[in-house]
Ligand binder design. Structure first.
Ligand code: AMP
Ligand code: GLY
Length: 424
């Protein structure tokens, strides 16, 4: 099959790595891709939001199957357009991608189908949102309804902070139209985990769980990021928790979305808060996590193309998924300054030697090659040093051993990825 992957991050490098392992994969393209992805796929310089450009490319090159990595093109209707053009695609329709594209829509679905989550209110009026916050008190959580690249969430420890978040999001529009509507919700405590299922509209198969490290600094300090590292499996997600999440969250959501006339197909990523063995849903994402995908693809033994194709053709029932028992762990290397402003175009070397460390695969997130063929950093999160090992400790040691061989003075990483799993 000719396959096109849409995206350019570490998630898409991991997907291309897994797709290349499939005997079903012939020519592989990636739009727009990065320097690491170029090792597996032909790069196509089309932006992920240029949905018409992507459909034309797929048609002109007789692409058989399109795999969409990030949420923005899904919410923008890329899969709908591809299918209208007769091209098979993996990922939800725009209507189903609203589970991530509108937090208000998602919360209403959870409420309607009785799925455990934080109590909430939806607001298009700032005064009403503020009255709700004053009545509830702090801590309280304020979220933009729309996509804000993972930044539209304020966990407020005081009423004043929550009121200021309403002003910033709705008044000053710091996240643009994403803040036209807000969700204000109850603060939940517990341990967070990411859980993934693959869904074909009717059938949902559990994949695996992972935990990421959202804060930029060691010891989970500093501002939130897209994720500075991850590992899988997540010890907190026991088989009992998986059963509860499937029965109480994933399956009712899949049935509910079908009943709403918006059948869900693709990866359903449940952001969970687990407290005393009881999972609650923090949010849904309509795609693999980044960097969670990197560790899932390091552990997946099944053919990812066969699974995605089965999901897009509504024949997941009866399929099974196998995983390596070995844990995997990824340490993200980011440009100094991230998640604030940072320098671009700095040169990275030592990647080949680092990739030779046993069990290690260097996945690229924000890289390109310059005129001299050197790898240069082009984004905030730049590399995902991914390792497998017999234990989390071994995977962690291997990842950090590889990082020592990478020469990139303008980069940094956390030094404690996996600490929760190691502490257990
Ligand atoms: P989200 O983008 O909704 O996953 O939110 C980003 C982060 O904010 C989550 O990973 C949590 O750490 C935190 N968060 C979101 N909602 C809540 C909540 N209701 N209670 C406590 N923390 C939350
Ligand atoms: N790592 C969290 C996410 O992809 O949203």
């Amino acid at each position: 099959m000719k396959i096109l992957v849409v995206g350019s991050g570490g998630r898409e490098h991991a997907l291309c790595w897994a797709i290349r392992r499939s005997p079903l994969c012939g020519d592989l393209f990636c739009a727009p891709g990065n320097a690491g992805i170029a090792e597996f796929a032909t790069l196509v310089p089309i932006d992920v939001l240029d949905t018409d450009g992507l459909v034309s490319f797929a048609r002109d090159h007789a692409v058989d199957f399109v795999v969409v990595g990030p949420e923005a093109p899904l919410v923008a209707g890329l899969v709908d357009k591809l299918e209208a053009a007769g091209i098979k695609a993996f990922g939800p329709s725009a209507a189903a991608a609203a589970l991530e594209g509108s937090k208000g829509f998602m919360k209403d679905i959870l409420a309607k189908y009785d799925i455990p989550t934080a109590a909430y209110g939806r607001f298009t009026d700032a005064d009403a949102a503020k009255a709700f916050i004053r009545a509830r008190g702090a801590p309280i959580v304020v979220k933009t309804d729309g996509l804000a690249a993972g930044k539209g969430v304020v966990v407020a420890t005081s009423v004043e902070e929550a009121l200021a978040a309403v002003d910033a999001m709705m008044g000053d529009k710091v996240f643009g139209a994403a803040g036209d509507e807000l969700v204000v919700e109850e603060f939940l405590t517990g341990e967070e985990a990411s859980f993934f299922a693959i869904v074909d509209g009717i059938t949902a198969l559990p994949l695996a769980a992972a935990q990421d490290h959202k804060r930029v600094g060691d010891g989970d300090t500093g501002p939130n990021t897209g994720g500075m590292g991850a590992y899988s499996p997540a010890p907190v997600v026991t088989p009992e928790i998986v059963a509860k999440v499937m029965d109480r969250c994933i399956l009712p959501t899949v049935r509910g979305m079908a009943a709403e006339g918006k059948p869900y197909r693709g990866i359903l990523f449940a952001g969970l808060m687990i407290d005393k063995g009881e999972p609650k849903l923090l949010e849904y994402n309509v795609r693999f996590g980044d960097p969670e995908c990197q560790v899932l693809m390091a552990r997946l033994e099944s053919d990812i193309v066969a699974l995605m194709l089965a999901a897009s053709e509504r024949r997941l029932a009866g399929q099974s998924v196998t995983w390596s028992d070995d844990p995997a762990l990824v340490v993200v290397m980011a440009a100094k300054g991230y998640p604030g402003s940072y320098q671009k175009g700095t040169v990275i070397s030592g990647l080949e030697e680092a990739g030779l460390v046993e069990g290690v695969r260097i996945l690229h997130a924000g890289t390109a090659r310059d005129k001299e063929g050197r790898v240069v950093a082009t984004g905030g999160r730049v590399l995902g040093v991914t390792a497998r090992g017999a234990t989390v400790a071994e995977a962690q040691a291997r990842a950090y051993q590889a990082i020592e061989k990478i020469c990139w003075p303008e980069g940094f990483c956390r030094h404690d990825i996996g600490w929760r799993a190691l502490e257990r």
